[in-house]
Design a protein around this ligand. Structure first.
Ligand SMILES: [Zn+2]
Length: 308
């Protein structure tokens, strides 16, 4: 009887909830400054090479610490918020063409358990009549593709930007969206999506991270699926390539600079480059080798060349 009572009391003791004193409770996001990530590939990641490549790619002013957490996950610890934000805003990143899926850690999150299932992409929307560009349409299309994050309104009115550009958090477990039927006024037409810096994806099932030789969906469906539903038209030409092309491109009558028509190009960065770098742009390489000239430009003009 007495031992029963003692046992019960032990149960009770065991059931009694121990309140964990969380020392890290007041830790704000700024103080964590860590991203957890994995590479979307079945291949082996060469850890030392990856570490130095990412550090060189990001060149954070205050440095970055990279740790192998096991289970194909890595922890990227930064020492200044600006360094970390630059990496977040510059995503998607790749190593050996493998997409790096990143997640910004919040207080109390276990880096081995947070889901790594989406990545941001800049998506170009082609086929929208220019008069219909709007924040609202950008948001609707963004949320169709994935989760809308941002709309690059700066592309508006640019001579060579006949598409909308939206930043979307794209889920990696679902097929990439290719197009969407939209009704403009009373007429239905398709808008088509092109993803900037799109990495390896499957032409069979439309998912990121593998090709059709290693497609599980294809194997389940049996051999030789009818026709491939996805193709390279989903991959946007890189902005650098666009810039390179247009450096060589001369508008008709472009040498006369002072005409009324040329005035309309003010603000078009590509035309500005042709004008500014006439005689400086290397005709073979297609870009300016004298970087000191670039430093004379305003930040705004430099921006297109600094990224991507
Ligand atoms: Zn597949």
């Amino acid at each position: 009887m007495e031992s029963d009572f003692a046992g019960l009391s032990l149960d009770e003791e065991e059931e009694e909830i121990l309140q964990v004193q969380n020392d890290s409770d007041p830790v704000s996001e700024e103080e964590i400054l860590s991203l957890v990530g994995c590479f979307l590939t079945a291949s082996i990641i060469h850890y030392p090479a990856m570490k130095s490549t990412m550090a060189n790619l990001w060149h954070p002013v205050r440095g970055v610490q990279i740790r192998d957490l096991g289970e194909k996950r890595y922890l990227f610890k930064f020492f200044h918020n600006i360094d970390m934000e630059r990496v977040i805003n510059g995503a998607p990143w790749t190593f050996n063409n493998h997409l790096l899926i990143l997640h910004k850690l919040k207080g109390g999150e276990d880096p081995l358990r947070v889901p790594l299932i989406s990545s941001p992409f800049w998506v170009q929307v082609h086929g929208v009549p220019i008069g219909y560009y709007s924040d609202n349409l950008a948001m609707q299309l963004g949320n169709f593709i994935g989760n809308f994050q941002d709309y690059d309104g700066s592309s508006l009115g640019k001579e060579n930007m006949n598409f909308m550009r939206i930043r979307v958090q794209v889920g990696i477990r679902r097929p990439l969206k290719r197009k969407k039927q939209v009704k403009f006024r009373n007429k239905c037409s398709y808008v088509r999506f092109q993803y900037e810096r799109l990495t390896l994806f499957c032409f069979d099932c439309g998912r990121l991270g593998h090709n059709d030789s290693f497609c599980e969906a294809k194997m389940e469906a049996g051999v030789d699926v009818n026709e491939l539903g996805w193709d390279l038209s989903l991959r946007a030409q890189s902005r650098r390539a666009q810039a390179m092309n247009s450096v060589r491109l001369r508008e008709e009558g472009g040498s006369e600079g002072g005409t009324k028509k040329m005035g309309a190009f003010r603000g078009n960065r590509d035309w500005g480059c042709v004008k500014k770098f006439e005689g400086i742009v290397d005709p073979i390489l297609g870009f300016n080798l004298e970087s000191n000239m670039l430093s004379l430009q305003s930040e705004r003009e430099r921006a297109p060349f600094a990224d991507n």
